[in-house]
Structure formats: C-alpha cells, structure tokens
Design a protein around this ligand. Structure first.
Ligand SMILES: Nc1ncnc2c1ncn2[C@@H]1O[C@H](COP(=O)(O)OP(=O)(O)OP(=O)(O)O)[C@@H](O)[C@H]1O
Ligand SMILES: [Mg+2]
Length: 409
C-alpha cells in the first residue's frame, strides 16, 4: 500500500450507494439534482462532521457525470474574495451545452459555516448573491445551521439534513475495509471503534487505520489505545492517573481516555517528572522514554495516526518506571509557558501557513490542503526538491524544508 495514504481517501465513496446511511438525505439530494425544473436552485446539506456530506457531492458528480466547480467558503472569507471566485462560476452554464462528457456544472461551496466569523459580515451576503445570480445549481455544505447568520441563507435554499451514521452501518463499512486490507477483525473490536466514533464515519475509519494498519488480526485488546471521543479526563487527572498507575497498560488506558492536547500534555508531563521520581536513575530512565514519546509525537504529525500507539506506549513507560515509589505530590500545572510558546505554537503556525498558501492556490480549505494535498507534496518533494508545482504553489525553500522534515521530528 502506498505510504501516507489515508483510508478515508482510499475508501472514499465512488458512487452514491457507497455513501452509507442517511438514505432520505441521499434520495432528496439525488432527486433535486435530477430535477430539471427544481424549485430552488440551491441546496444546503447540513449535519454533523464526518457523515458523508462532501463525499456524497463528489460521488454524485462521478455517477451523474457533472463537473464540480468548487469553492471553499472558509478560506475565502471576505465578500470580495467570494465574489471573485463565485461570479465567474455563475456564467459557466453556456459551456455545458458544448461539452459531451459533462452533464453540466455544479457550484459547490463546501464548509459554508466557515464564513460566519466576526470579520466576515459580507461573506454570507455574497453567498446569497451568488445563489441568486448563479445560472447553475449551487450545492452548499455546513456543520451547523443554527447560527443566526445562516437564516437568510436558509430562505434561499432547499435544506437537507444529515444525521450521525448508525453504528451497525459503521461496523459494516469497517468490516469491508478490513477485508480489503487483509485484516481479520474481532467483531467486538469493530463494535468498539464504531461506538467510540459517535456516528462519525470519518473518525471511525481513521481510528481503524491507526490501530489496524499492517496487521493481520485486530483484537478488542488493540482498541484500548483508541482516543475516547467523549473525553472527560483533563490534564491534571491524566497526569495524576498516569503517575499512580501500576502498569504500562493501565497508564496507557488513562492517557487514552483523556481529553488532553498531546503537545500540552508532553510539556506538563516533562515538567512534573522530577517530582514523580526522586531517584536519579529512575528519572533518567523516565526522560529516556519521554524523549522516545516525543519523537513519535513528531512523527505522528498531522496524519500518521497509526504511530499514535507508540506515543502512548512510551509515555506510559515513562509514567511507570517504578510504580511502587508513587507518593502523591503537588503538580506543576499548567506547563511552563515560555517553553510552550516556543515549541508548539511555532510548529503549528508554520504548517497552518503552508496549508493556507496551498488552499488559496488550489481553492480548498486549509484542512483539505492538510489532509489531501500535503501528503502528496511530501512524496513529490522526497523525489525532487523543487519543481514547477512547488513554485506554482509559491512555497519558499523554508516551507519545503519544513514539509520534508515535518514527520521526522
Ligand atoms: N456515510 C459514509 N459512507 C462511507 N464513507 C463515509 C461516510 N461518511 C464519511 N465517510 C468517509 O469519511 C470521509 C470524510 O467524509 P466527508 O468529508 O464526506 O464528511 P462530511 O460530512 O463532509 O464532514 P465535514 O462536516 O467535516 O465536512 C470520506 O472520504 C469517506 O471515506
Ligand atoms: Mg465536508
């Protein structure tokens, strides 16, 4: 299997029927697409994350052979920017008639809730204008439509609601992926992943990949490293729980259930180690494990989630160097600020900037740039450090160096 390929991409629905669940929403959307005399020329697909809204639009475009003119609302925040991209798209209709391959064009504004920040008052108005002026059908997708600002938009759209994907359907999909990957899963393992996903198919598939990739057998035991989604253990309790754990698996389970941000947690953990281990040798061993955890945190980066279990493991090792010596102590909390600013913020901002650049050039959101484009650019860069694409994307030499080393440390 090609490295770096996310299963959510590899198993992305090709046809409408591959999008599981939400039958009513799918039928409504398909009927709207097929209807030449549709009453509303815009449709808003809305509902929770990771249930197949974007996937449905793409699958429908494959199946019905129409071309998607995509514009990502969240990265094109101002009225001016929206008009710049959206306006030309509204005049594409004339072109269809001459195209034998495409059955027509659709303007797709994904993640429209992204335009409702503080500064983008004009954004929603511009979108409504696009809907009004568009000569081609407009499809929009959003997570949350309760926001007040969306109301005017709702009036000009047909609304199609998506719900969480039901657990049995998620299990069924995970089972199919396992079969394709040559993995034999225990039913209970798939059930746990599905339940843990809370109906978010994207998370379920990502979780499956993180714990099952490359394995022949997937057991319930493997799922203990899953990050619980309805997380409720904070930083303090995670530290306390891990430091007082009696074994590596016990400590790993606590980390696993925790809601901590991993970068913050690493720093806090490090700050508190000297308090946990009065013995110098224990402390040295613990720091050694911690450094390994840190290496894996770096490698996990934003996509190699399959490595997360090593990160958990080494931290759990660091927490349980000498379980019997645990005595309650006062934690240093929160992590030392200067280190934090120095370390994590810089790293994240850099990647965010690169993804924003790519997003602007490719008309996709930063998130999409991160998940769909960056991995491929990294593969290309490994072969050749500069290419017409890197200059077209306006990547600076330092961006390129960053992308090349991003997952290493
Ligand atoms: N109902 C589904 N059936 C099959 N695969 C799914 C389904 N929902 C999500 N997926 C998988 O998860 C990936 C991401 O889903 P998608 O981007 O469609 O979610 P979304 O509803 O648009 O989420 P968001 O609100 O975050 O944009 C898809 O590429 C696909 O692999
Ligand atoms: Mg989406």
């Amino acid at each position: 299997m090609a490295q770096n390929l996310l299963w959510v991409e590899k198993y992305r629905p090709k046809k409408i029927q591959d999008v599981v669940g939400n039958e009513l929403a799918k039928t409504n959307f398909t009927n709207w697409l097929k209807d030449n005399r549709r009453r509303k020329k815009a449709v808003l697909l809305y509902g929770p994350a990771g249930v197949g809204k974007t996937a449905l639009v793409n699958a429908a475009s494959n199946e019905f052979n129409f071309t998607i003119i995509e514009m990502n609302a969240s990265d094109t925040r101002t009225e001016k920017a929206i008009n710049k991209v959206g306006k030309p798209a509204t005049s594409f209709v004339a072109l269809d008639r001459f195209s034998s391959e495409s059955k027509g064009n659709i303007l797709f504004l994904d993640e429209v809730d992204g335009v409702f920040g503080q500064q983008d008052r004009g954004g929603i108005k511009a979108i409504i204008n696009i809907v009004k002026e568009s000569l081609i059908p407009v499809v929009m997708a959003a997570n949350d439509t309760d926001q007040k600002k969306l109301r005017p938009l709702k009036k000009v759209c047909k609304l199609i609601r998506f719900q969480q994907v039901r657990i049995p359907l998620i299990i069924h999909t995970l089972r199919k992926i396992c079969a394709a990957e040559g993995i034999k899963p225990e039913f209970e393992a798939l059930e746990r992943i599905a339940q843990n996903s809370l109906g978010d198919m994207r998370s379920a598939i990502n979780d499956l990949q993180s714990i099952a990739e490359g394995k022949q057998l997937l057991t319930l035991q493997d799922t203990i490293f899953l990050t619980t989604r309805n997380k409720d253990i904070g930083l303090y309790d995670t530290l306390k729980g891990m430091f007082s754990a009696e074994s590596v698996p016990d400590a790993a389970i606590i980390l696993n259930r925790s809601s901590v941000n991993f970068d913050d947690f690493l720093l806090s953990f490090s700050d508190n180690l000297p308090l946990r281990y009065p013995d110098k040798d224990d402390l040295a061993t613990a720091y050694d494990f911690l450094s390994k955890a840190d290496v894996f945190r770096g490698r996990v980066g934003t996509e190699n989630w399959s490595l997360l279990r090593y990160f958990f493991h080494y931290l759990a090792e660091a927490a349980t160097v000498s379980p019997k010596t645990f005595k309650p102590f006062d934690f240093i909390h929160p992590p030392m600020r200067i280190m934090k600013l120095f370390w994590t913020k810089g790293k994240r901002t850099k990647l965010e900037n690169i993804c924003a650049k790519i997003g602007t050039r490719c008309y996709v959101s930063r998130n999409t740039a991160k998940t769909d484009i960056v991995p491929f650019i990294q593969i290309m860069l490994k072969k050749q450090k500069s290419s017409p694409i890197t200059s077209w994307l306006k990547l600076e030499p330092e961006d390129i160096d960053y992308l090349l080393t991003m997952n290493k440390l």
